[in-house]
Write a protein that binds this ligand. Sequence first.
Ligand code: AMP
Ligand code: GLY
Length: 427
Amino acid sequence: MNILLLGSGGRESALAWKMSQSPLCSALFIAPGNGGTEAYGRNVAMSPLDFEAIDKFVADNGIDMIVVGNEDPLVAGLTDFMAEHRPGLPVVGPRKAGAMLEGSKDFAKQFMVNHGIPTARYRSFTAETVDDGCRFLEELEAPYVLKADGLAAGKGVLIIDNLDEAKQALREMLGGMFGKSSATVVIEEFLSGIECSVFVLTDGHGGYRILPVAKDYKRIGEGDTGLNTGGMGAVSPVNFADEEFMRKVEERIVRPTVEGLIKDGIDYRGFIFLGLINVKGEPMVIEYNVRMGDPETEAVMLRIDSDLVDLMLAAAKGDLGSKEMRISPRAAVTVMTVSEGYPGSYPKGRAITLPETTDDDTIIFHAGTARDAQGQLVTSGGRVITVSARGDNEADALERAFRTVEKIDFQGKYFRRDIGRDLLSRL
Ligand code: AMP
Ligand code: GLY
């Protein structure tokens, strides 16, 4: 098969790495890819949002399946566009109606309420109902959680301790703090607990498989301090997400989500990312995403023993049948190196040196890298390169990953040395 993968981050590097190992994959194209993805296929200078160009590329190159890495094209309707222009072409990623689970927090909350899926109590407000919003804040206890309804590049959630500041933030959000994305604001109850990420591959007809569970580390600073980032590292498995917890997740969240989509007439074929919080042993949904997580994917892919292309193709065709998702009992981790200044502004174009070899259980995934005119590998993003490693346990995997992280060199490199440490101390 000829496969087109859309995206350019560490997540897409890990997907490309895994997909390129499939006997079903004869040619892999990554659009636009990054400075490392040519190790798995051919980079194509094409935006995932340029539907016309994608359509032409599919025709010219005999593409048999499209895998969408990030949410933007899905929310913009790529899957609907392809269904119209290339009927029958398998696309991994939901149509616009399903992508609303990530594209609108108000929609996602309503969906959860309709289908009895546990989530924080909430209400939504617009500029017309701002006074009601302030009254609702008064009913809640601090801290206050305010979320821009639409996509805001991961920045649209504010958690505020003080009531007056929360009211002020509500007014500012509705006044355009996040542009159109915050024309509606969801205010919800604060949930206290520890978070994890659960990924589900579903075929739109009730079939689903649960991927390895992971935990990511969102803050820039050690000990989970400082600004939120795209993610500084991840580990899988997650020791508190034990069998009993995962049974609750499947019964109370995964199944009602998959069945709820069908009941609502939404044909969802692709990955569902459940951002969960463990509140005293009970799983609740913090958010849905309609794609895999980044950097969770860079750990999760190392634990999938089955052929992912085979599974994705079956899901995209609408029938996962009896296909197995075999998961390795070994641990996997990923540690992200970032540019100094990230998640604020950061320099680009700095030369990167990588170790020449790694052992078989250690993989370097590029995220924000590019090749300059001379072919030299340079930094091109905030999150630059991540090192993933497998081991017999989490500590072993972490040791391998950090050993290689130390050997990656670019000016201003930063990484968190405490990835996974909170879980080790829970053992
Ligand atoms: P989201 O973009 O919805 O995932 O929110 C970003 C982060 O804000 C989450 O990963 C949580 O750490 C935090 N968060 C969101 N909603 C809540 C909530 N209701 N209670 C506590 N923390 C939350
Ligand atoms: N790691 C969180 C995300 O991908 O949204």
